[in-house]
Every structure is written in structure tokens, then in C-alpha cells.
Ligand binder design. Sequence first.
Ligand code: BDP
Length: 721
Amino acid sequence: MRIKTTRSLTFLILFFFGLLSLQAEDGYRLWLRYELVEDQETLKNYRQSASEIIVAPNSPTLSAVAQELERGLGQMLGKSIPLTEKVSRQGAVVAGTPQSSPLIRSLNIEDKLKEVGREGYLLLSARLQGKKVTVIAANTDTGVLYGSFHFLRLLQTRQSIHKLSLSSSPKTQHRILNHWDNLDRTVERGYAGFSLWDWHKLPDYTDPRYIDYARANASIGINGTVLTNVNANALVLTEDYLGKVAALADVFRPYGLKVYLTARFSAPMEIGGLETADPVDPRVQQWWKRKADEIYSHIPDFGGFLVKADSEGQPGPHNYGRTHAEGANMLADALAPHGGIVMWRTFVYSEEAPEDRAKQAYNEFKPLDGKFRDNVLLQVKNGAIDFQPREPFHPLFGAMPETPLMMEFQITQEYLGQGTHLVYLAPMWKEVLEADTYAEGKGSTVAEVVDGSLNDHPLTAMAGVANIGTDRNWTGHPFGQANWYAFGRLAWNPYLSSEEIAEEWIKMTFSNKPEVVQDIKEMMLNSHEAVVNYMTPLGLHHIMAWSHHYGPGPWVANKHRADWTSVYYHQADSAGIGFDRTASGSNAVAQYAPPLEEKFGSPEKVPEKYLLWFHHLPWDYKMKSGNTLWDEMALRYQQGVDTVRQMQQSWNSLEGQIDPERFQHVKTLLEIQEKEAEWWRDAVLLYFQTFSGKPLPEGVEKPTKTLDYFMQLNPKFVPGN
Ligand code: BDP
């Protein structure tokens, strides 16, 4: 009787908490929700194959492994899975390295383990002491952690965990988030609240959220985080702040996550009392050496520096007539004794140079190929302008065979709808990664440049500008989480498809029901083309509103820098539209390998998606569809709006299949997205119509407001600006 009462009480409590968790789905758990397996057959199988957990928690990382497996398996299997020391039943999950686990040692898998390297892992079904077990084995504790997350993902996505024989290892060595976070906790181009780093309360108070941040990153293999904005503040390199950075590093360390900082080039003057920051001055070199020693005394595994120099007002070696190589190498020399790296950004274009902005980074850096120290990577944005909705790949990829180049993607949606538009970015990133540079003949993709395989570079990396902030769901838009997720997965393996990444994410984040997965996947996969269509179709670029980049602003002109205006990029006049980057114009096409130079240089051969990036063409230029350029452009804008409406329909059809909080949140955001897509279409077409002088073709909705109306819109306090 008594037992019965306790049981029903427990049941009631569980039921209550179950209800509560159903109601309170605020997105905090990201893709690590570990929902209970509904299908009884699957549940039974999983329970048989994951009956106990054997991890010797003799390091902070292995403790994290044990905790994650307990939590994940416990929640998904609906009962607590014991942590044991010996194989006591069928279906044990054994995780560890040959060093930490005699059981793993006894499997004699050293040869297989050798192949997966420092961070890779094996997931194997095996027999130990006569019992069937699942083995998560790696060479390092971090590898075990990554393998454990993979194992959990198999259950989260309801795959078989029978007869496992899997191995995985990262294709790039450093997989890094770049936080553009300021010390006052504002986030440049951040649309998800404030910075997670509570500098004021650090080092004494470390927000428990930092652990969840680290877990999320580890679950997708991200192993580095640059804590501070590329537009850097030297203060973070002072003793006081280094103590705070060290506190964060201590929290992150068990999760394999290293910290990096942005180094302001003029720091020796600003916080060091020197009157110069000239990289060849011995006092400056000495200052950085000492600074590096000091940093490593606080953070023994500090990752290194990310540097924005000589760009958009940031100080750099040019201030002293030195090259980027001289600047980067000085910092590299200071970090080298400690094993640190320098990620030197190529996002450099001059205020004075009359040269096409798209050409400047290449002109600046290509001659420096092979002149950098071994611990320097050049960090190159995916395209030559600036994280536009679509850009051809940056011509530096493939052009500097003697220098390791790393990719910089922007996860935060500065130019892609900011906090309100559902845009899944993996297809855009894949387009760049799969692009053929022809650097070593046909089939020399950007991915192979980045993963080092094309030119045998051991030092490799990929960076993503984070979209994370203090918003309860981390990324503001619930679908922003997919972009954080996709970045990590592609940094681990740039050869994964957008589709498979989306599928994993949807299953873990929303539902395993095939119809739901299918609908959401379709929305996601169409979303990038949609935003390109309603913002910048056919190779248009940088026609966003001034400074905050929120909404359309094709009319932006007469600013102190020509290359910060829209008219510079679209070049529209009564004769036509587009930036002539062929031999008759800026000849940026010549920065690509000859087969591409020829392709991009010809309006007939260039893919239409890049048409106006490379060509200035008359309004009645005949497109492949048979439409005139003007009609085609207008129809694309309409198509963008139409796709958003289809996305809305798909989403609305999922009511009841998604928890009400997130359902409603996304629904409302899609309504905003539709309004803003219409805003883009109407504003841009009305503006370009003043040049084309042509009517809107059939099928394009009439604008409901005038051009003047759109031009006087002036939203205040746009976030991230
Ligand atoms: C641009 C952003 C600006 C960044 C800059 C950069 O508008 O806020 O500082 O890139 O990457 O996209 O340095």
C-alpha cells in the first residue's frame, strides 16, 4: 500500500514535471534536448544496448563525458542508467582512452585509433568479458567526449546503435567561434541580446550558462572561441582582464574548448606605455613577448590571437610602413614558444584606394605568399566584399599555395535578415566550399584549400562569427541555432551536405516525425535562395541600409567612403545595372584562375546568380529564361516573397506537432519576414525603376507605398550597430 502511494506520488510528480517541460520549451536546450524515445520497440532496443555506463571519470573531461551520457541516456530512455566500473550486464556503454580504461586497452584497437588522430574517435559494437557492449574509444579524453556526443546523436535521431562500426575525425584542426563581443557586453552585429561574458562579475562569478555553452560547442566539435570583437579593445590584454579570461578558460577546458583573444595592434601604446607599435622595433617585439608570457601564465593552453589590422580604422603595420607579414610574424614569434597561433584577417581594404574593393585583399596579400611564420593562418572571408547573401568565393582561396588559409563565415545574420529572418546558411557555405578554384587544375575546391589537403598544410582552421547572446534561446531566432550547429558540423567535415546537417538538427531540435522533418527541411533548404531573391538577386550586393544594414538602402550615396555606399556596388543608371569587373571594368575576374576568369568574364557563361557581380548590363539584356534583365530581376524579387509565403504555409501546417512556444515564436517571425521581404522587393524595385523606366512585369505585386516613403524610413536603435 505504502509502496503504491509512493509510486503514484512519484508518477504524479513526474507527470507534473513532464507537463511543465512540455510547456516551457524556450529553446534553451538547443539540439541537446534528449527527448524520451516514444516508439516502444526502439526504446526497448536502446535500453538493451545502453544498460549501464562505464567511464573512469579520472579527468574533468571524462567526468563531463560521464555526466553527458547519464543525462542524455537517462532522459531518452526514461530511466536512470547506472554509472558502473565493471561490465556487469549486456549492453554496457564503455567510453575512454587506452590510457584511462583497461577495458578499452583490452580491445587491442591501437591501430584503428591511430588513424583517427588526436580528436577523432571510434564507435564500435564489441564484446567484453563475454558481454555485448558499445565502445566509445579515442586517443584523448576530448576525443571520447566528441564520440559520446556522436553516440547520443545516434539515439537522438533514432538510428540503430546495433553493430556500430564508425570512426570520425575532424578535417580541420581549429574550429573556432569568433565573438564580436565588446567589453561593455554589446555585441557588434549581434541580434540575440548581450554578450554572454559577464566581465564585471568575472572572475569570481562564472555563470552556469558557460558550461552549457561549452557543451553545445563540444557536441558539434567546436574547439576554440575568440571571446572578443575584431574591432578590438586592448584592455582585455591587461592583468585584470586576463584573470577574467582565465576563469572562462577554466570552465571551457574540460570541453576541449580553448580561448583566444583579439589583439589590438596598438596595444603596446595603449596599455604598454610605448610610443610606437612598429613591429620591427625591438621594444615592441619585447613587449608582445612579455605579454604572451603573461597570458600563458594565466591560461597555459591559450589558443592565440585573432587580428584585424589596417582595416576600417583599426591600427596595423601599415601605420609604420610595414607589411601584414611583418605584423603577423611579430605576434607569431611571441606566441610560438607557447604553441599559440595567429589568425590574421585578410578583410583589408583601404580608405584611399580607388581600386575596386573586391580586389584589394588579393592585391595586398597575394604577394606575401610564403612570407608568414608556420604558426600564422590567414583568415579569409568567404567572399571578397563582406558576407553578402551571395558572393562568389574569395579569389585568395587557391591563390596562396604557400600559406595556410582559413575560412571565415558569418553565422550572425548581419546581411541576411538579422534577428527576424529564417535563413539556413549551410547551403550558402557549401556553395563556397564546393567551388572549384582550379588552383591545381580542375577539382581544386575551396574545401580542399581550407582543410589543407590541396597544398599539404598541417595547420588548418575554420572560423564562424557567432550569433550567440544572452537571449534565453541563445540565438534570438530559434532557427539561428541551426546555423551555429551547421557551422560546427561543417568545420568538422566540410564535405557533409546541407541536407544531412539540417536533418540531424531538426530531429534533435524539433521532432523525429518524418512529415515534420520533411516539411522543416524543405523550408530550411529553400530559405537561402529566398533571401537572395528578395534582397540581392542575380549578383547584386551591398545594397542594404546605411551602417546598421537592416532593410534595403539601394539609394545610399554620398558617404565619406564610396565603398560604403550602395550606388558604388550596383552602378545603376539609365543604361543598365551591375558592377563591371571584366577587363573593360575593374578586371577583378583576372584574380581567378584562367578557366574561371574566362567564365566569370563572359555574360553568357557566368552563372546568372553572379551576373551583376561581374557585369554591367542593359536593362533589356536577354536572360536565359527569355526575359529581359529588368523583368527577370523583378520576378526574382517576387519569387523571394513567394517562397517566404510558402515557408509560412509549411510552418503553419505543423501546428500541434511542435511545442506551442516555439511554434508561435517562429510563426510570428515568419510574418515579420514576409513583411520585410515585401519591403525589400518594393523599395528596391521602385528605386531601380527610376533608372530602368520600365513597368513591373506581370506576376509582380504592385508596391503599396511610394519610393519616398521607403527612403525616409529610418529605424532607430537597430541591434548590433
Ligand atoms: C563587417 C561588419 C563590421 C565588422 C567588419 C569586419 O559590418 O561590423 O567589423 O565586417 O569583419 O561585415 O571586420
